[in-house]
Design a protein around this ligand. Structure first.
Ligand SMILES: Cc1ncc(C[n+]2csc(CCOP(=O)(O)OP(=O)(O)O)c2C)c(N)n1
Length: 662
């Protein structure tokens, strides 16, 4: 076995063994799970948590705690075991025994919000690493605003080979190296094993050189040698670059016949092997029983953090910035915002400018960013197209974090996860832009925002064939359907300037992520009513004042609302009563009560118009209705010609309506 000569007197080694046995016994009891990684990384985790990480289980939300991210989320028992050993109140031994069971907070992979101290959900490999970059960045942003008196913590990550093989790691490593996020420390479980066997099967990369090339400080250590681990962590903390520690470990360390093999990765070791491991490591306690001296040693490690926590509390209490800091953390929106946004909407109702909704979004952001001090904008290298940067915004640059605009580079996937990390850290409201079609590239991160209910605003412009000449690679078809099918995600496709402003207002007031799907092309303004009710908040409403005794309802979103309005005028002139429903947000509309939905949709045939695929529309149009939209990929050409080419026109709607009505 690698590492030091194991002595029963060495409490640090015994503390690590406690993690090992809780992990292997927990997985055995659940009859599923991943014992190998916690057993391999137990030594690293013991040194990290007992000597470095500042967290205080009695106040797990202490704002200046160090953040720990288990990017190799399959090793969840490592985290649960540590939480039990540290005495987190919501992690009694029963929960360890109930690992992976329904309604237990010890889910298969760590789930944010299930137990205190789980800083982010992990499991999709690489996500944790990129999310941690967001946390480390948020720490710097917050420190530059409030000073190191209140904000001065590290972000530690345990990542496996899988995390480093995933493409997102490249984006995250480059980005954090560039920005010099020196308080980010990644401990790589360098065990050469993944599920299929040796990592040699698929990788011959030199990770150290890769990280070095991206501007990281790197070290290689024996991940079972506690002294080496401690020295390496000390060095990492001192570095002015983000730091990688390659920890050479043996997966399933301690298991006599299975250690070092992929057999320990994702299956219980089996009763015989566990028995043999007890003998090999000299562990005489029964399953889920930890000797008192080891428990005491673990609890004692809290003393260090407790002192720091109390020191911080007293600094916080005395700080003149206390109120503002708390408001940042709570994600409050200043009172004056309400008045400013209403004023803007009123102005837009009067002026009725024809604008692309991406322009309307920028105009709205000018208002928002002036009044809300903690928005952090950005774009994946499409700032001029997404229109995400407003006048007063300052770019965040390497080592300088007083700005509020992030050039994420062409890294959509990492952008999504970094925004997740910024939001999870608390203190800021992140928003970021790219083209709607490239939501595919950050789909996994959007899903994580939704799963964790984080207030993140995805500004996704160029939302249809209406973008024109860039052609089918850039024209989203199935994307709205994919995004709408994601639980807990509001997808808003506004039709004009007022709907866009209302969409931003909804997004800022939602405890979860929002996608804004915005047009490249100019759109007519429709809204001019006196009432200041936020109509987008209802998800859908009638735009042309025709409601009772109608013959037909036209339902449209975004740029196609204009087509629906023209078609309704033509049909109404022909003696039909046709209502136009703008349906910017399905999710919000679906939450309205039944009577409202029927009142809006009408008990009559319905035609939906959207320059995307028809998936999902059946629930609104029913069997008597029709859909006018895209049936396949788009094409390259001027937008107006494309709409004609694909039959998404006023004439097509009128023709279809007459066929249905006669
Ligand atoms: C994005 C993603 N792809 C695939 C998986 C399935 N998966 C879980 S663990 C794993 C292997 C990870 O290997 P490594 O990081 O070396 O972990 P170890 O075997 O050392 O525990 C895979 C492929 C996943 N969780 N996430």
């Amino acid at each position: 076995m690698q590492g030091q000569i194991r002595s029963k007197e060495d409490i640090s080694l015994l503390m690590a063994d406690a993690i090992r046995f809780l992990a292997m016994d927990g997985v055995q009891a659940a009859n599923s799970g991943h014992p190998g990684m916690p057993m391999g990384m137990a030594d690293v985790a013991t040194v990290l948590f007992s000597k470095f990480i500042n967290i205080y289980p009695d106040n797990p939300d202490w704002p200046d705690r160090d953040r720990f991210v288990l990017s190799a989320g399959h090793g969840s028992m490592l985290l649960y075991a540590i939480h039990y050993l540290l005495g987190y109140k919501d992690m009694p031994i029963e929960n360890i025994k109930n690992f992976r069971q329904l309604n237990s907070n010890t889910a298969g992979h760590p789930e944010f919000g299930h137990a205190k101290g789980i800083e982010t959900t992990t499991g999709p490999l690489g996500q944790g690493l990129a999310t941690a970059v967001g946390m480390a960045l948020a720490e710097r942003l917050l420190a530059s605003r409030f000073g190191s008196n209140l904000v001065d913590h590290y972000t530690y990550v345990i990542a496996g080979d899988g995390c480093l093989q995933e493409g997102i790691s490249h984006e995250a490593i480059e980005f954090s190296g560039h920005l010099k996020l020196s308080k980010l420390v990644v401990l790589w479980d360098d065990n050469n094993i993944s599920i299929d066997g040796s990592t040699d099967l698929s990788s011959s990369a030199n990770q150290i050189l890769r990280f070095k090339a991206a501007g990281w400080h790197t070290q290689i250590i024996d991940g079972h040698n506690h002294e080496e681990i401690e020295v390496a962590l000390d060095n990492a903390k001192k570095s002015r670059k983000p730091s990688l520690i390659a920890c050479k470990t043996t997966i399933g360390f301690g298991a006599p016949t299975l250690a070092g093999t992929s057999k320990t990765h994702g299956a219980p070791l089996g009763a015989e092997e566990i028995k043999a491991t007890r003998l090999a490591l000299g562990w005489t306690s029964n399953a889920f029983e930890i000797p008192q001296n080891i428990l005491t040693a673990w609890k004692k490690t809290i003393e260090r953090s407790k002192g720091l926590y109390e020191e911080w509390e007293s600094k916080f209490e005395k700080s003149p910035k206390k109120k503002r800091f708390q408001s940042f953390l709570d994600g409050n929106i200043p009172k004056a915002y309400e008045r400013k946004i209403s004023l803007f909407i009123k102005e837009m109702k009067e002026a009725k400018p024809k604008l692309a909704t991406r322009q309307s979004s920028q105009k709205t952001l000018e208002v928002i960013n002036q009044i809300i001090p903690n928005t952090i904008g950005g774009s994946a290298d499409l700032t001029g197209s997404n229109l995400t940067k407003t006048n007063e915004m300052k770019t965040i640059t390497p080592g300088k974090f007083s700005g509020n605009y992030i050039h994420y580079g062409i890294r959509e996937h990492a952008m999504g996860s970094i925004m997740n990390g910024i939001a999870l850290h608390r203190g800021f409201i992140p928003y970021g832009g790219t083209f709607l079609v490239f939501s595919d590239y950050m789909r996994a991160s959007i899903r994580m925002s939704a799963l964790m209910s984080q207030r993140i605003i995805y500004v996704l412009t160029h939302d249809s064939i209406g973008l024109g000449e860039d052609g089918p690679t850039h024209q989203p078809i199935e994307h709205l359907a994919i995004l709408r099918s994601t639980p807990n995600l509001n997808v808003i496709r506004p039709a004009d300037v007022v709907e866009t402003a209302e969409a931003w207002d909804v997004a800022l007031n939602t405890n979860g992520p929002t996608v804004l799907a915005l047009s490249r092309q100019g759109l007519k303004a429709f809204r001019s009513e006196k009432s200041m009710d936020n109509q987008v908040a209802k998800g859908g409403y009638i735009l042309n004042n025709i409601s009772l005794n109608r013959d037909l309802t036209l339902i449209a979103t975004g740029s196609e609302v204009e087509i629906a309005m023209e078609a309704s005028e033509s049909l109404n002139n022909q003696g039909f009563k046709v209502a136009v429903v703008t349906l910017p947000c399905w999710e919000l509309f679906d939450q309205q009560d039944e009577s409202y939905k029927i009142e809006i949709l009408g008990d009559c045939p319905r035609i939906a118009i959207e320059a995307g695929c028809d998936m999902g529309w059946a629930k609104y149009i029913g069997d008597k209705g029709a859909f006018i939209g895209m049936k396949g990929f788009g094409a390259s050409g001027p937008a107006s010609e494309l709409y004609k080419h694909f039959g998404i026109t006023t004439e097509a709607v009128v023709e279809k309506a007459i066929a249905i009505l006669n």
